[in-house]
Write a protein that binds this ligand. Structure first.
Ligand SMILES: O=P(O)(O)OC[C@H]1O[C@H](O)[C@H](O)[C@@H](O)[C@@H]1O
Length: 451
């Protein structure tokens, strides 16, 4: 089955029909070619099942854990007492998963807060290091009612340590030193003999409570651990429902009789086949919902850092619909034939304000009259894949019936497994990122020289 992937049958529906010759002619994959790539990914799907059984890939077992959620909830309950703002410091995989869930709960969409978030402290993320930003943030925050959650798996990331130290310094300068254990929380790996963990050492000095970062799950795969679930909890989401959605994908893996009925395998085989057979070098992730905006940013790190090695990999690009129809779509439709789009759309018919027909007529936009804004977005999110297909541009669609925690958990697990499978199909290790080290070493050298 190449279309309408069953997945876990409940949370969303994937279709790669728009990548095949039948839909887009010569620019699409011939069914025999697509099948050959599915055959190639088959053994990797079996290996993944073994990884679940043997526990070799803890990510696949994360949905079976619960104590870590209870610990995170208890830590949040303590931390949030008297808090008006919670600041999250961390970078890369130590921020993007949290941002994904926080935005799903309305963060960074002005005027949108899900019911679970109301009356909770505001959440803020500073994933990027910027001296000017940090100065003005630390000066403007009401420090007695601000809490800082600092996340770093290694505990040695320079950006995160700089943020943590700057915040500690600001808190001390405000005369709040005695309050520090109440104002801060760290998430980092447990002590490992012979491995320095700067964050742990620093926070221990101040008796700051720590949650343990899962040792078997790296940053960009950590959104379902306390790293991503702490911000989710802060935004009032149900972390167990997120995990239940993720578990549905793992169950689908274990139940699958072959790669063709496991959606992440179909997704991975299709992406790799398009790059190897049709010269596709750019993968565009384009959700049509503000609440899924950070999904694209999270996916970009996941795909880029996991697969871009040894000369392999394709370039992930984030987009947001319908906004980017007015920005990048021209290129996707008519630029070089090297883009492959994933359109993630949410059933939105009947959602939002209804457009007054009289006003629409006056504005010369009769076709909008009587429709809701959700109707318009729905029409757009169906029209764009159709237009892309007509232009011979490969497109995958992911249809979401209901945007809830289960769905976002399932989507996260889907894309993480898809990325792992793509890596294994390409013969690269999806879990390391050796090439980023050089820039870190050169940064340290420059700082040591006083540059
Ligand atoms: O969680 P940390 O150890 O601080 O790492 C944060 C990030 O920085 C590293 O340089 C890696 O490139 C990322 O994969 C990682 O997510």
């Amino acid at each position: 089955m190449q279309d309408g992937q069953r997945h876990d049958g409940r949370t969303f529906q994937q279709s790669i029909a728009g990548c095949l010759e039948g839909a887009i002619g010569e620019y699409g994959l011939a069914p025999s070619v697509h099948s050959a790539w599915l055959d190639r990914i088959g053994p990797h799907v079996e290996t993944l099942k073994d990884d679940y059984r043997t526990g070799k890939l803890p990510l696949l077992r994360i949905a079976d854990e619960d104590q870590d959620i209870a610990d995170a909830e208890a830590a949040y309950a303590r931390l949030s007492q008297g808090a008006k703002t919670i600041v999250f410091f961390g970078t890369g995989g130590s921020s993007l998963g949290g941002e994904l869930f926080a935005q799903f709960a309305g963060w960074n969409i002005a005027g949108v807060a899900l019911p679970g978030q109301r009356n909770r402290p505001r959440t803020r993320f500073y994933a990027n290091l910027d001296g000017g930003t940090l100065q003005s943030v630390l000066q403007s925050l009401d420090l007695p009612t601000t809490r800082f959650v600092v996340t770093s798996k290694s505990g040695g990331t320079a950006e995160t340590l700089a943020q943590a130290i700057a915040a500690l310094t600001a808190v001390k300068a405000a005369g709040l030193e005695a309050e520090i254990p109440k104002l801060f929380l760290g998430i980092t790996e447990p002590d490992k003999p012979g491995k320095a963990n700067g964050l742990r050492t620093l926070f221990s000095k101040f008796s700051i409570p720590m949650l343990e970062h899962h040792t078997g799950i790296g940053g960009r795969f950590s959104c379902l651990t306390n790293v991503g679930l702490m911000p989710a909890i802060a935004r009032g989401l149900d972390p167990r429902a997120i995990r239940a959605g993720a578990k549905g994908v793992v169950d689908a893996l274990l139940e699958s009789s072959g790669p063709q009925d496991f959606a992440p395998a179909v997704g991975a085989a299709t992406a790799v086949a398009l790059s190897k057979e049709k010269g596709i070098s750019t993968l565009v992730m384009m959700p049509y919902a503000d609440r899924l905006g950070r999904l694209a940013a999270w996916f970009v790190q996941l795909w880029a850092e996991s697969l871009g090695k040894g000369g392999e990999g394709t370039t992930p690009l984030g987009a947001l619909g319908p906004l980017d129809q007015h920005s990048q779509l021209q290129l996707f439709m008519d630029g070089p034939r090297d883009h492959y789009l994933t359109v993630v759309r949410v059933a939105s018919q009947g959602v939002g304000p209804r457009i007054d027909p009289d006003l629409a007529r006056i504005a010369g936009a009769d076709m909008l009259g009587g429709h809701t804004v959700g109707d318009i977005v729905s029409a757009q999110s169906h029209a764009v894949p159709e237009a892309l297909a007509r232009a011979g541009r490969p497109v995958r669609t992911i249809d979401i019936a209901k945007l809830d925690e289960k769905t976002i958990g399932a989507l996260a697990m889907h894309f993480m497994i898809e990325t792992i499978l793509a890596g294994r199909l390409l013969g690269v290790d999806p879990f390391d990122q050796p090439a980023v080290e050089l820039a870190k070493i050169l940064t340290k050298e420059r700082l040591a020289k006083g540059a």
